[in-house]
Design a protein around this ligand. Structure first.
Ligand code: 4NP
Length: 162
């Protein structure tokens, strides 16, 4: 089982979107028994809460159901447990790199490293902005999620089903 953890600040906007989008890709590719998906925040502000209603609504319009996700905070045991720990922006990447034990540093990366269609390196925080920010999050996340799935399908032991 390859285990993927998406990380943003609050775990109510960007990383739950990545979580729901990537889980849907995994499900459609019938790879659920090979790839597990989770999300968390570096901050604890929203622990236990469902995703922001704007994220839930915009995701649903594109066929992704985020409603069952509940915010949790990154735990130090996550660095051992997960194989891919993917940050939405440089600021959260820096926090993760700081918290992560030396032997697991290679697991921590920027999520948009896997994107192919956009120049952005970060998924911008949509929390304090308008509705357009949530659409931008979805555009960037959908692109990088496809790239990530391709990467995982290149790993030994994971079927390459299209
Ligand atoms: P997220 O967005 O990191 O994409 O979940 C945020 C949500 C809440 C806060 C910051 C960012 N906040 O400060 O409460």
């Amino acid at each position: 089982m390859v285990k993927v953890l998406f990380v943003c600040l609050g775990n109510i906007c960007r990383s739950p979107t990545a979580h729901g989008v990537f889980q849907t890709l995994v499900d459609h590719a019938k790879l659920g028994e090979f790839i597990s998906v989770e999300s968390a925040g570096t901050g604890a502000y929203h622990v236990g809460e469902p995703p922001d209603s704007r994220s839930v609504q915009e995701a649903l319009k594109r066929g992704y159901d985020l409603s069952a996700i509940r915010a949790q905070q990154v735990n130090v045991s996550d660095f051992e447990c997960f194989d891919y720990i993917l940050a939405m922006d440089h600021s959260n990447l820096a926090v993760l790199k700081h918290q992560c034990p030396e032997q697991y540093q290679h697991k921590v990366n920027l999520f948009l490293h896997y994107g192919t269609q956009y120049a952005e390196e970060e998924v911008p925080d949509p929390y304090y902005g308008g509705g357009k920010g949530f659409l931008k999050v979805l555009d960037l996340v959908e692109d990088a999620a496809q790239g990530l799935l391709k990467e995982l399908q290149g790993l030994e032991g994971i079927p390459n089903r299209h």
